[in-house]
Write a protein that binds this ligand. Structure first.
Ligand code: FES
Length: 305
């Protein structure tokens, strides 16, 4: 008689070594998350401010226009001054001011960009790492250019102008990667922007099955919706977090009618989709809810979308 075969577990292959960029990103994200208070309890005001939640729009892309615009015009001024030091003497002085404005804007853009980046994973995080590194490098290059300009009474330094051109080239490559992050990888876009809606109420579940203070995932017009009964009131939102698509129905219900996304902690009022805490900047699409023929029915509110 042969003894029964003992199932063999396959040997676990060793984890592949983490590339340097991944290890650097892990460490940098941990530091940034502590610095901006990602792991603190709500309201996480500093992080919410830096994400742009109060603006209703990501803050980082608004700020990046300042260094890109300032440094681009500074480069034009430098070219004029290089063509004729006497005719365009004013351009050298103007370039000093523009380079300084660009540096100040870049420092704010770095802080807001790092805050947004601290919530990314995978390929988005890697692209963001290179995007941020290039822009930090460009800022350092411009600081060197600025110091050289200051050492000349009228800001007229050929070397400073050439260093500025190098900085601008680095910024252009960094900006290209920033565009790829948004337009190719969808980082920072509103993940509910294309959700369809029907013109009429749609029955989603029998009213007797809806318990109080519990989140339910239902579907209306093919869209996942999170439903809540709070006392006599029913509230419903798109179940997809606008920030990066997290499942709100798996989130935490707080203070009665506030839901916190399980992925990065954005908090939304269940009854109107208002964002209380970032990183989300767009409201969650919300739904009118009524009870009809013992069924809970929902209809997307389109007026504010
Ligand atoms: S997916 Fe990021 S907060 Fe919801």
């Amino acid at each position: 008689m042969t003894s029964p075969t003992v199932p063999q577990t396959p040997p676990v292959p060793p984890l592949p070594p983490q590339p340097l960029v991944e290890r650097l990103s892990d460490g940098a994200q941990r530091v940034i998350q502590v610095a901006v208070g990602s792991n603190q309890k709500p309201p996480r005001t500093l992080k919410t401010l830096l994400n742009g939640t109060l603006l209703g729009h990501p803050l980082h892309p608004v700020i990046t226009d300042v260094p890109v615009g300032g440094w681009l015009i500074a480069a034009i001024f430098d070219i004029l001054w290089l063509i004729s030091h006497t005719t365009f003497a004013w351009a050298a002085r103007g370039a000093v001011l523009l380079v300084l404005i660009g540096i100040i804007g870049a420092l704010v853009a770095i802080v807001t960009g790092l805050t947004d980046w601290s919530d990314t994973y995978g390929s988005e995080r890697t692209t963001g790492f290179y995007h941020g590194s290039l822009n930090i490098a460009a800022t350092i290059i411009y600081i060197i250019s600025f110091v050289l300009r200051l050492q000349q009474a009228a800001g007229d330094s050929v070397l400073a102008a050439i260093i500025g051109f190098i900085g601008l080239a680095v910024v252009v490559v960094g900006a290209y990667l920033g565009g790829a992050l948004v337009f190719t990888q969808g980082t920072g876009v509103n993940h509910t922007a294309w959700e369809p809606a029907s013109d009429d109420y749609e029955a989603v579940m029998p009213v007797e099955q809806v318990e109080e203070n519990k989140l339910y995932r239902v579907t209306a017009a093919g869209v996942p919706v999170v439903l809540l009964r709070h006392g006599l009131q029913f509230c419903a939102l798109s179940a997809t977090c606008p920030h990066a698509g997290g499942p709100l129905d798996e989130g935490e219900l707080q203070a009665g009618d506030v839901v916190q996304c399980p992925w990065h902690g954005s908090r939304f009022r269940m009854c109107d989709g208002y964002v209380l805490t970032g990183p989300a900047t767009a409201k969650a699409p919300h739904y009118d809810v009524r009870v009809h023929n013992d069924m809970v029915e929902v209809k997307r509110v389109m007026s504010e979308q």
